[in-house]
Design a protein around this ligand. Sequence first.
Ligand SMILES: [Ca+2]
Length: 509
Amino acid sequence: MPDSTKRLGRRAFLRTAGRAALSAAGLSAAAALARPAAAAPADRADAPRRPNLIIFFTDDQGYNDVGCFGSPDIATPNFDRMARQGTRLTDFYAMPVCGPSRAALMTGCYPIRVAEPGNTKGQHTILHPREVTIAEVLKAAGYATGIIGKWHLAGGRQAAYPPELMPLGQGFDSFFGTPLHNGFTRTVEEKSFRTQLMRDNEVLDDFLDQDEMNTLTRRYTEEAVRFIRDHAAGPFFLYLAHNMPHVPLGASEAFRGQSKRGLYGDVIQELDWSLAQVLQTLEETGLDRDTLVLFTSDNGPWIEKQIGDYAGCADPLRGSKMMTWDGGPRVPSIVRWPGHVPAGRTSGELVSTLDVLPTFARLAGTRPPADRTLDGLDVSDFLLGKTGKSPRTRYYFYCYTHLQAVREGRWKLVLPRPAHPKWCGWSARMVDAVGEAALYDLAEDIGETRSVAADHPDVVEHLMDVVEEARRDLGDYDRIGRGARFFDPGPRRPDVTRRADAPRRASKG
Ligand SMILES: [Ca+2]
């Protein structure tokens, strides 16, 4: 992008976007005075009130871990009701791991495109303050913005976090939750990592114990209900990013021992209760028809020996968290906005967390930042049932910075790779070898069991070109993309420089 637009910077963007939003929604008193009322944009005259926007985000919940996505032993009557009242998206993609997944949701960009402080590229993205988040876009458009739950975009555990990297520095008015992940043991262990709990920029509690972990979903839910009631005059954006069902697991007393699936099932059933509280609060405040709720998970289930039966399930998908088989990034998703999003619809159209920022911007009467490239697409016409087709036709599968596969329509091309490549960092332990390029027809073979590359050489060739396009623009483990953003002086992507001796991939696979 030209330097002049790059220099526009975030503050300038927020001013411009704010003005655009206000005038588009006809809310600016100054704008209204400046021209006759009759000149108000005609296409907005019958537009619905700008909706409140809620993201109900769970952590490591697998594709199968919802009743209406096929779970045989976890009861989720409220997720199922939400699906009956809205649209169930069967081909919805996040990212394979927590941090990058949140970076994609917040920025509408593949994490490899997003700038990080010092031009580095972390396995858990540290979001550069000059990146523009969905909260900043909506705040500039007049929305109250709140995050309750897990942030995970400010680096590892710290006694005090740089405010510019935390939610209040990235567009949120309020924050209650954990600065990063929950931990990595089945239950809270004294000697292991224990998470902090924060309100705004202050650490309230330095080490959550198991009792506190057990009540976390309930506390988040109470905070969410309060946020909705406090902001009922709207419009508001609530990002409810539950820590559960990421280990260490915790569920309130009333939910323990209630499911047929052990503690993991109990945790999901408490999340189902949490969703019910949110929906019930919308009904009680009269906001039901004025609020779009999007449910999804940040990545697939964490399936490793040390997690045991505290992990979720991605059936019938192949693979799990950290992997780029569909079980890693493909997650359950439901969208509900009574009277606007078609009820009882199931769609296999491609949609991604990448698309949330541009879509919510459109619904809020504003637009995404114009001074930078976004990977997300405005899917609002599709969600609102104005068209049966999602504008998203492609999705790239990155494991950290390693481009491992691409999906276009029904086809998924998986590139050759060694097992456990060192450039995949700690995700490498979950990366298996792929001997030669494999092509899967996901419409016929959802579990990626049978390569049909030999039957469709033209599709393989086309997708190889698509891969090259992504390598040029976004980059790869051994290559800095032209469209990747860097805001700081000094060398870029030290992870690439360090790997100058890494074996180079042949240009066509
Ligand atoms: Ca996660």
